[in-house]
Design a binder for this molecule. Structure first.
Ligand code: FCB
Length: 453
């Protein structure tokens, strides 16, 4: 299985998950500092205070990337390092870190892919309503422009938001993520303001390639998980359609087509109303984008569930049952369905033919053990191999897929799960900050070198 010649191979991380150094060089507080320091929110009370200490070890970490022959590295910029209060003048010491990181990457011939928002909103903005406040979208665009001013001469590839569905619905809907609100109306308002922030920022990232990163997934009935040809009942098909709309079309239709699906407007109408969606907003959201970034881990499995109330993370999901998949699972309990990725990529390339696609995250957590200085993570290696085969199949089937970034380079702070869930292809011993390349990393290095499986 040979990949296209210019296929982009890389790995991804995010600021709060790896950097640590939360009080250094004038960094302001983020909603994840507040949230993780509030007892009960994160397993074992873990926080990102130290994480992988990447802020101090970035040179060595770029060295690992070079060893793995990565061609691209997707990282995120911590907004509170750049604007400690979320607005106003730039903190040059915060920006200097990314400046040095970018130079280090370029010297190693690794293309930087910068994500502007991977969930660490400045707490000062949350104190003014966070993403429920329309003004946050304008603050985000100003921040994006300021970063682009400084790094745009060297960073060509920009992502505005990482997974706005998660920011809105886990952050403001079910409260599993920061800032921990539990209000469907807040969640729907936030989703719209995130999209508005994306559109406003996207216009200010030129010259450059602009990407929106979504946590899309194929939505399947239980029978379709192992039999793509299974034909669902009308009621099950309606449940699938609704969840696909809430998960994927809610974000990609406005961003790519400049329209909201009817079902999203209905869900908003039943959850606080549509007053926050102003005339002209869709045109602002519909700024040109070059790429859609896809973070894929597992399919979303649903069936008809007459009479069920909406799930807290899914306003508008009345009468839907979220079901288990008949498939092996990772340490997260997430079902392993590799061909879900090809099904998704082919579908998205049909629904949004005007944009290219990139897998911006894919990977798995397993309970790794270090034995004699090695980590034999056969299950992760098999997961990645299985998914990369599906990436290749999707390209063969005509999907305009430009690259693949594994999640994650390093074991890191896995949000509400803390450090117990390890997604890295590089093992991190948090007590000593020792890095060990897992077997999956060595395998990935060879795949990249061969450009083939
Ligand atoms: C995604 C996030 C990423 C990581 C993986 C496992 O939703 O974007 O930060 O936590 O899940």
């Amino acid at each position: 299985m040979i990949f296209p010649e210019d296929f982009v191979w890389g790995a991804a991380t995010a600021s709060y998950q790896i950097e640590g150094a939360v009080k250094e060089d004038g960094r302001g507080q983020s909603i994840w500092d507040t949230f993780s320091h509030t007892p009960g929110n994160v397993v074992d009370g873990d926080t990102g205070d130290v994480a992988c200490d990447h802020y101090h070890r970035y040179k060595d970490d770029v060295g690992l990337m070079r060893e793995l022959r990565l061609r691209a590295y997707r990282f995120s910029i911590a907004w509170p390092r750049i604007q400690p209060d979320g607005a106003g003048s730039i903190n040059p010491r915060g920006l200097a870190f990314y400046d040095k990181l970018v130079d280090e990457l370029l010297a190693a011939e690794i293309s930087p892919y910068a994500t502007l928002y991977h969930w660490d909103l400045p707490q000062a903005l949350e104190d003014r309503g966070g993403w429920t406040n329309r003004d946050t979208a304008y603050r985000f665009a100003d921040y994006a422009a300021a970063v682009h001013d400084q790094l745009g001469d060297r960073v060509r590839n920009w992502a505005t938001l990482n997974e706005p569905w998660v920011s809105a619905y886990l952050g403001y809907g079910n409260g599993v993520h920061a800032p921990g609100h539990r209000d469907p109306a807040d969640a729907m308002r936030s989703a719209h303001h995130l999209l508005l922030g994306h559109g406003l920022a996207a216009r200010r990232l030129r010259p450059g390639t602009v990407m929106l990163v979504v946590n899309s997934a194929p939505v399947l009935t239980p029978a379709q998980v192992n039999d793509p040809a299974a034909v669902p009942s009308a009621a099950d098909a309606a449940a699938v359609h609704r969840i696909h709309t809430l998960l994927t079309r809610q974000f990609l239709d406005p961003a790519v087509h400049g329209t909201y699906p009817e079902e999203v407007l209905e869900a908003a109408a039943h959850n606080g109303g549509t007053g926050h969606i102003r005339d002209g907003d869709l045109a602002l959201i519909n700024a040109p984008v070059d790429l859609i970034g896809i973070n894929y881990y597992n399919p979303c499995v649903v069936e008809s569930g007459p009479g069920l109330p909406a799930d807290a993370a899914w306003p508008g999901s009345e009468d839907v049952r979220f079901a288990a998949a008949d498939a092996p699972t990772t340490a997260m309990g997430w079902p392993i369905v590799p061909d879900g990725l090809s099904r998704l990529l082919v579908r998205l390339s049909q629904d949004y033919p005007q944009v290219g696609l990139m897998v911006t995250e894919n990977g798995a957590a397993f309970d790794d053990v270090v034995e004699g200085g090695r980590v034999h993570d056969a299950d992760r290696l098999a997961y990645l191999d299985g998914h990369l085969r599906e990436v290749w199949r999707a390209i063969e089937a005509g999907a305009d897929l430009r690259g693949y970034l594994v999640w994650s380079l390093l074991d890191n702070f896995e949000w509400a799960e803390g450090y117990r869930r390890r997604f890295g292809i590089v093992h991190v011993d948090y007590a000593t900050q020792t890095r060990v390349l897992k077997d999956s990393a060595l395998w990935y290095r060879d795949v990249i070198a061969r450009n083939a499986l």
